[in-house]
Write a protein that binds this ligand. Structure first.
Ligand code: NAD
Length: 398
């Protein structure tokens, strides 16, 4: 029984340059009466919405367009999308954009199917059953929302980001076309890409699923043999391709490898879970309002160093995945895994210190308290963090 593990994904995954032209085929399989595309003004400006509309026009498919999604969905943006679309009663939702559009489509689908308020579904396993199908077409390579069971919204009362996590929220189809990511600005590429790398590293060093035995209903089960496979491949793809995608945005090969690496990262972490890095990132985001990936990037090497003490063999392998020589002694490789991440952050032009993103020493206590209270993340961390250690870790990162 200790060896039983499970693995979840989106219903199906379609990947490849030009795969957007397959959208009509994908849509027709659902035999939907009313289709809606949920997107945002940045996607419209980049010409991506028009590209999708032209493809659908050829197949005589005329969707309703909702193009007012906002980055990092707020509660009011979710409610206004829902009230705009409710009269149309769409039975198929196409999310075209980054994690924000995909998450908005997931929550809108949930509300269209079961009614209520988003807060009714906060937490894990609160969705009663299947929701109206979502086809997710990501235009960033970073969140993994296209295969994930999560939708994130900023709660209007607490002003904190909250997640709705349920396997029913995994999209029916993830359609990934690297051509759609070519115009993603360099800074967003860097931030989303380092987040994807962190998610893969966190998935790989996550507690082993056997430690979570007896908690089979939890969405995040710790690492398992399949999540490890995807995490390894994700790290191997993202580490060399991210600097190229940032500095040569129109390099299709690098963009393609990033989108694939991000997909693999998501297949890994949406089963195993993320941990202390993401737990610390939430209170820091509340204080700094900095981009999620920027915060994750700063935390990544310090939390790696902290965790390496309890599973050095995993970090020696991570060093190899990051391109370090395999013949070095384990201890040397463990150290190099952290150094490789620092080097990558520098090449990407991302900060490596918390002070660079505006965190002050006197804020550390509050951040630690808030982060350690996020039990669903902290429980996956291989080293059980206490207040003293976590404060010391942050002081080092300052
Ligand atoms: P985003 O969707 O917020 O987009 C950021 C900006 O980039 C937008 O202005 C958008 O118009 C623009 N953009 C996106 N793709 C573009 C392209 N190809 N060309 C030009 N401009 C483009 O960015 P994101 O980082 O993908 O998503 C962030 C959101 O995802 C956050 O709300 C975060 O909490 C959430 N998230 C969700 C999950 C999940 O599993 N559901 C996981 C991680 C993060």
């Amino acid at each position: 029984m200790n060896d039983v593990w499970k693995f979840h994904s989106a219903g199906s995954i379609l990947f490849g340059h030009g795969s957007i032209t397959q959208l009509p085929n994908v849509i027709q399989k659902f035999e939907a009466n009313q289709i809606v595309i949920i997107t945002d003004p940045g996607i419209t400006r980049a010409g991506i919405l028009d590209q999708a509309i032209q493809v659908l026009k050829k197949a005589d498919i005329k969707p309703v367009i909702y193009d007012q999604a906002v980055p990092e969905p707020t509660m009011s943006s979710v409610l206004s999308c829902f009230s705009h679309l409710q009269p149309y009663q769409p039975d198929l939702l196409v999310a075209l954009g980054g994690g924000s559009c995909i998450d908005l489509a997931k929550i809108t689908s949930l509300l269209l199917t079961y009614g209520g308020h988003p807060s009714d579904y906060y937490g894990e396993n609160k969705v009663p059953g299947k929701v109206r199908p979502v086809i997710a077409i990501p235009t960033t390579a970073g969140t993994g929302s296209e295969v994930s069971p999560v939708a994130v919204v900023t709660d209007d009362k607490s002003n904190l980001k909250v997640g709705i996590s349920d396997h029913h929220l995994r999209p029916e189809v993830a359609l990934l076309d690297p051509g759609l990511t070519l115009k993603l600005p360099a800074f967003i590429t860097a931030c989303t890409g380092i987040d994807a790398l962190s998610q893969a590293i966190e998935a790989y060093f996550a507690k082993d699923y056997r430690y979570l035995h007896g908690q089979e209903n939890l969405i995040y089960q710790g690492s398992n043999p399949t999540s490890d496979l995807f995490a390894e491949k994700a790290i191997r793809l993202i580490a060399p391709n991210l600097p190229i995608a940032v500095h040569q945005g129109d390099n299709l090969e690098a963009r393609s490898n990033m989108l694939l690496g991000n997909l693999y990262s998501a297949l890994a972490f949406t089963n195993s879970g993320t941990s202390l890095i993401h737990a610390l990132a939430y209170p820091i985001a509340e204080k700094t309002k900095k981009a999620h990936g920027e915060i994750i990037g700063v935390l990544l090497p310090y939390v790696m160093e902290y965790n390496a003490a309890v599973c050095p063999e995993k970090f020696a392998r991570i060093a190899e995945f990051l391109g370090e020589p395999s013949e070095l002694p384990q201890q040397e490789k463990t150290v190099r895994s952290v150094e490789a991440v620092f080097r990558l952050l520098k090449v990407l032009g991302l900060p490596t210190k918390l002070s660079e993103i505006g965190i002050k020493n006197e804020q550390i206590g509050e951040i630690v308290e808030s982060a350690l209270s996020i039990e669903r993340l902290v429980r996956i961390n291989p080293r059980t963090p206490n207040v003293k250690d976590t404060a010391a870790l942050l002081a080092k990162a300052l």
